[in-house]
Write a protein that binds this ligand. Structure first.
Ligand SMILES: [Zn+2]
Length: 229
């Protein structure tokens, strides 16, 4: 793991010339409420750690179950509109999930499969980034059941190639399972904001590694090389 980290550190120097070293650890992007806030099994959050500003995105499938934070919802609307222009019909399936909902989902999964399998596919309560209102599970107009088959649909392929343009990353890719702890989920996108999404897409690394790079070694100067959303 340490060697991998050093490797990505080296990559960062090559590809992120705008990165600057700083001793200051305070980084609002990495804090709760920031677009890079990390939630996973190693970084669980509490029952009351959820955003109070959730809204329903005005997209196909949008409603109570697909609430997101306002910035992410607006970006999702733009992304769906762009897909539509390409003749593709995405559907929102699942956005914000409360700690309580996550508890019930995990318990239901455990009734069907063993714990190890459940852990690979479902997050225990407090470990899902759906709880911070920045994640969305996608389907298509024809198919809203979540499955890896989404990755082979024209919509799924469009999302993999274009989500970054709207500030989203395809969060759990099969090649990163050792880092993320999740099997391939081509349907799950996470909002991180456009600049970060572009960098993460170009670097082709999981959010865990991007956050480690950012928090441990440098602060990106936010007033240089940034484009307005
Ligand atoms: Zn998801």
């Amino acid at each position: 793991m340490h060697r991998i980290f050093c490797f990505f550190m080296a990559l960062a120097f090559v590809f992120l010339p705008f990165a600057a070293f700083s001793e200051e650890a305070a980084d609002p992007e990495l804090a709760f409420g920031g677009n890079l806030f990390l939630v996973n099994r190693e970084h669980p959050i509490g029952k009351d750690d959820y955003p109070r500003d959730l809204v329903e995105p005005k997209v196909l499938g949008g409603g109570e179950a697909t609430r997101m934070r306002p910035e992410a919802a607006a970006a999702l609307e733009e992304m769906f509109a762009a897909a539509k222009e390409a003749g593709l019909y995405l559907a929102a399936v699942s956005g914000y999930r409360s700690y309580g909902q996550q508890t019930a989902i995990f318990a239901r999964k455990l009734e069907k499969v063993d714990r190890q399998t459940a852990m690979r596919t479902v997050a225990p309560q407090g470990c899902s980034e759906h709880q911070i209102g920045l994640a969305m599970d996608l389907g298509t107009k024809k198919e809203t059941r979540l499955s890896t088959a989404f990755g082979q649909t024209p919509e799924g392929q469009w999302v993999a190639a274009n989500a970054w343009r709207f500030g989203f990353i395809v969060r759990y890719q099969g090649k990163w399972e050792a880092v993320t702890g999740y099997a391939d989920e081509p349907w799950h996108i996470r909002y991180v904001g456009r600049d970060h999404a572009k960098r993460i897409y170009e670097m082709d690394i999981p959010l865990e590694e991007y956050v480690a790079l950012r928090s441990e070694s440098y602060e990106v100067t936010m007033d240089e090389g940034e484009s307005a959303p």
